[in-house]
Design a protein around this ligand. Structure first.
Ligand code: ZN
Length: 244
């Protein structure tokens, strides 16, 4: 089975379209999304519609939860808070219902999906180090789990011959044949923060036991203009050009 995995989309329609076009060329069987479909970007409804169209397996991110009033946005930064308020007013009741119904974790045939951590997904904690990853790796029921949330592609893994040591890698091609467990952050489609402004996504071939983290360029100017003309903070448009 070949999976296409979509990291934090954040209402960025041009980036999502570019990634789906790239994944179409890969002939993937199933689409997965690690959540944060909405928030920050100016096309939340179109992004939801596209994910529904491709029948993606989607889990709930903290921005998705905030946009349906499930978490307190007092701790969000000013831009994120403004974007949540804007998104709340842009969503239809059907969109809200769809977001509300998203699970926090999905356990599929070959992989699990969560937003921040696997072991306590409701806390939306960040995995940036081996220490952060250990409780998730301990709790995982399948050998592979895809996450997002940091917008920074990275993999934390334990090898079969050394299952008590967790390794950190930013490799973009992963051979999982020797891996015991791997927690893979696929980066962000709609708001990369690793100083590479291109949209990030991943391909997982379960038979070949391989994962590739890939990048594709998209029309950033078009998306930036959509953000500006929606009345969202212009900083949310500017950061897209920098990948921060
Ligand atoms: Zn996010």
């Amino acid at each position: 089975m070949k999976y296409g995995i979509l990291g934090d989309i954040h209402g960025n329609l041009s980036a999502l379209r570019a990634v789906l076009a790239a994944l179409e060329a890969e002939h993937v069987d199933r689409f997965l999304s690690v959540g944060d479909v909405v928030g920050y970007g100016a096309a939340p409804r179109d992004c939801i519609a596209l994910l529904r169209e491709i029948d993606a397996v989607v889990v709930k991110g903290n921005h998705d939860a905030a946009c349906v009033g499930e978490i307190d946005i007092a701790y969000f930064n000013n831009y994120a808070r403004a974007a949540v308020r804007w998104t709340q007013s842009a969503l239809t009741p059907t969109d809200r219902k769809w977001l509300t119904a998203l699970p926090l974790v999905a356990n599929l045939e070959h992989a699990s999906v969560a937003h921040g951590t696997y072991h306590r997904p409701e806390l939306f904690d960040y995995v940036q180090s081996t220490t952060d990853a250990d409780p998730s790796l301990d709790a995982m029921q399948l050998p592979v789990c895809f996450v997002g949330h940091t917008h920074y592609p990275v993999t934390l893994l334990r090898l079969r011959d050394d299952p008590h040591r967790t390794a950190y890698t930013e490799d973009t091609e992963l051979d999982l044949s020797e891996s015991h467990r791997a927690l893979i952050n696929v980066g962000s489609v709609g708001q990369p923060r690793d100083e590479d402004p291109r949209a990030a996504y991943a391909v997982f071939d379960s038979e070949r036991e391989r994962v590739w983290i890939k990048r594709v360029g998209y029309d950033i100017e078009c998306e930036a203009e959509r953000i500006r003309s929606a009345g969202l903070p212009s900083a949310l448009a500017e950061r897209l050009f920098l990948g921060v």
